[in-house]
Ligand binder design. Structure first.
Ligand code: PLP
Length: 426
């Protein structure tokens, strides 16, 4: 019988053939298989809200139903309904003191298409894109635009946010710097001083460029409403108005209103850039559904309702991150190799579970963060996302804990299981 070696030839575009899957989804898949098999695991990997804990606000539900009943079911305006763009402009003026008009706002179906369009509008093939590590999906957006990734490491000492000193050596010939605050995955936030110093670097760099394509800043503030304690959300244009021509901000309803399935996001920035992004997205058709746009505009009009919803979400997030932070600190005090960074915003807590090199009862050694992640799922019944899923090295002992899916009554069992799993390690 004749045997043949079949050489797999790429059948699709280089881009499609080389797409990398999400590490978070990979870990989620392993977790779901165990949960489906009947194991009770606290799955805190998901950067989403459990509607049982964070339901869509009633006022929003009602506006959406009303908008459908009123028959707003044909195509929306391609750059977003004017009524919504005006309300978004008013919302950011009210919340951040920013002065943008409706033509400087672009609506799409969530933050993702807007981030994609911002990259697309700025990054030419082989252009350098700088982003800090850990960060969410910038590697994928850079790849999709054939850019060159410049991933800059950050440190726990700086709450995993980049400093001007971290970024300075890399700005020279880059087109885009992508940062996020409050940050997914860490739940930490820029201070005015930290972000101001980065803006100063960009302004210096652009002065040097003297008319050549400038360095732009993508400021992902999708978690801007979710600030905890005394934390105040800061943004580049409020801190340094000269940043306005270079700054594109991303925001939306997904996190502020626990509305990840509603799919309404907005970008704001220079009108020319918004127009180009609008043209790109028009071909893709990534519009937010028209009834949801009308409903969001009507919701945003109700300042007191909006403020109440956000305060309610922040209180629930605060309660959850505090319970986990307290639990990890108690374990640390007992001598377990764990730590945590106080959360300042978003819906995440950064924890350290430093088990690499430790040995299980059967002699297996935990060699890297993937081993530790799987050990936590298996033995501690706890699903967390290791920082390597956000670009860090596999030796990083840091993990993201998402509290959007955390039921408070599960907290005691989480720590009991963790103590039981970590106790016997050698
Ligand atoms: C940092 C960050 N930016 C943007 C998004 C996208 O949000 P959306 O669901 O509105 O597309 C997410 C979603 O998880 C996020 O974590």
């Amino acid at each position: 019988m004749r045997t043949e070696t079949i050489i797999a030839e790429p059948q699709l575009s280089q881009l499609a053939e080389n797409l990398i899957g999400s590490e978070i989804i990979k870990i989620g898949g392993q977790l779901n298989a165990r949960i489906a098999a009947g194991e009770k695991i606290a799955n805190l990997t998901i950067g989403d809200f459990d509607p049982k804990v964070f339901p869509l606000p009633e006022a929003y539900v009602n506006e959406i139903i009303t908008a459908y009943r009123e028959g707003h079911t044909n195509y929306p305006q391609a750059n977003g309904m004017e009524v919504l763009r005006k309300e978004v402009a008013r919302h950011i003026a009210r919340k951040q003191g920013l002065d943008y008009n409706a033509n400087e706002v672009l609506i799409a179906s969530g933050g993702r298409p807007l981030i994609y369009a911002a990259f697309r509008a700025i990054v030419d093939p082989q252009d350098k894109v700088i982003f800090p590590i850990p960060s969410w999906n910038n590697n994928h957006y850079t790849f999709l635009n054939s850019g060159v990734q410049v991933a800059v490491d950050t440190s726990a000492a700086n709450r995993f946010l980049p400093t001007a000193d971290d970024l300075r050596p890399h700005l020279g010939d880059a087109s885009l710097l992508a940062v996020c605050s409050p940050l997914n995955p860490t739940g930490t936030s820029f201070t005015a001083d930290q972000l101001g110093a980065i803006c100063d670097l960009i302004l210096e760099e652009n002065n040097r460029r003297d008319g050549r394509k400038p360095l732009y800043l993508l400021y992902d503030q999708i978690y801007s409403a979710l600030t905890l304690g005394d934390t105040v959300h800061v943004d580049p244009v409020s801190l340094r108005p000269e940043m306005r021509p270079y700054t594109i901000c991303i925001d939306g309803v997904s996190k502020a209103f626990a509305a990840t399935g509603v799919r309404v996001g907005w970008a704001f920035g220079p009108e020319r850039i918004m127009q180009r992004m609008h043209s790109l997205l028009g071909h893709i058709g990534a519009w937010a559904p028209k009834p949801e746009q009308i409903a969001t505009a009507r919701l945003l009009k109700q300042d007191a309702v909006v403020d109440d919803i956000i305060a309610g979400h922040n209180a629930k997030i605060q309660q959850r991150v505090e319970a986990l932070y307290t639990g990890f600190m108690a374990m640390k005090a007992e001598g377990f190799p764990v730590d945590a960074i106080p959360a300042e915003g978003a819906m995440y807590l950064t924890v350290k579970i430093d088990l690499q090199g430790r040995t299980l009862a059967d002699g297996t050694v935990l060699n890297d963060a993937e081993d530790v992640t799987l050990f936590l799922i298996r033995e501690a019944k706890l699903g967390l996302v290791p920082f390597y899923a956000f670009g860090a090295d596999r030796s990083s002992p840091w993990f993201r804990v998402s509290v959007g899916v955390l039921h408070m009554e599960d907290v005691p069992a989480i720590f009991e299981n963790l103590r039981n799993a970590l106790g016997p390690l050698r």
